[in-house]
Design a protein around this ligand. Structure first.
Ligand code: ATP
Ligand code: MG
Length: 183
């Protein structure tokens, strides 16, 4: 699965609809401090199902919604869409019927998050599992946050093991076993 496009609308500093085409090969994002580079990575993690406000550098999940600026009022919703090139049909079963897989997450003030894949309403868990199985999830070690390298060096063995499990793509299995045990 290859990410091909990220679209943001009302997400953090990206108040106006913004589209980032992710071409083949390496993509670099450069710009002055505070221009929104980390916000882009957070949008990627968020659309894949991130539910920890802390890793979005906020105190609550609604902090991802554009909070307003001197010349612009705050927004009431934020939406991020991620397009995945699925022409090689590598997406997990249930998401694998089209050449492009599009995942949309939208959050509205006081109404929480809603997800769609290819236009169909799905649960947060469906999206999280989709990426956990592809080992590219919101907590995937493929996404390295600012400051995360030093966190890794200082991590306890248990936390380090969790990172290896994410990389191996088996954390989705643990989640399913945990849910089965609760039933
Ligand atoms: P650096 O080079 O310092 O790492 P950066 O390019 O990674 O900077 P970001 O951290 O992505 O920058 O962007 C920070 C900007 O996003 C700040 O100006 C902050 O005010 C703005 N911002 C964050 N959340 C929101 C929000 N909810 N509404 C409006 N603006 C926001
Ligand atoms: Mg940054």
């Amino acid at each position: 699965m290859r990410f091909s496009k990220l679209r943001l609308n009302g997400f953090k500093s990206f108040v106006d609809p913004t589209e980032l085409v992710i071409a083949d090969g390496l993509t670099g994002v450069v710009g002055p401090n505070g221009c929104g580079k980390s916000n882009l990575l957070e949008a990627l993690r968020w659309v894949m199902g991130e539910n920890r406000a802390k890793s979005m550098r906020g105190s609550g999940m609604e902090d991802v919604i554009f909070a307003g600026a001197s010349s612009r009022p705050a927004r009431n919703f934020a939406e991020v869409s991620l397009q995945i090139d699925n022409s090689e049909r590598l997406a997990p079963a249930g998401f694998n019927d089209l050449d492009t897989l599009e995942i949309i997450r939208r959050i509205t003030r006081d109404a929480g998050s809603a997800y769609k894949t290819n236009g169909k309403d799905v649960r947060a868990r469906d999206v999280q599992m989709l990426f956990a199985d592809a080992s590219t999830g919101a907590h995937s070690p493929a996404l390295v946050r600012q400051g995360q390298i030093s966190e890794l060096i200082n991590a306890r063995p248990k936390a380090r093991r969790r990172i290896l499990e994410e990389a191996a793509g088996i954390s989705g299995l643990y989640q399913r076993r945990h849910e089965a045990e609760l039933k």
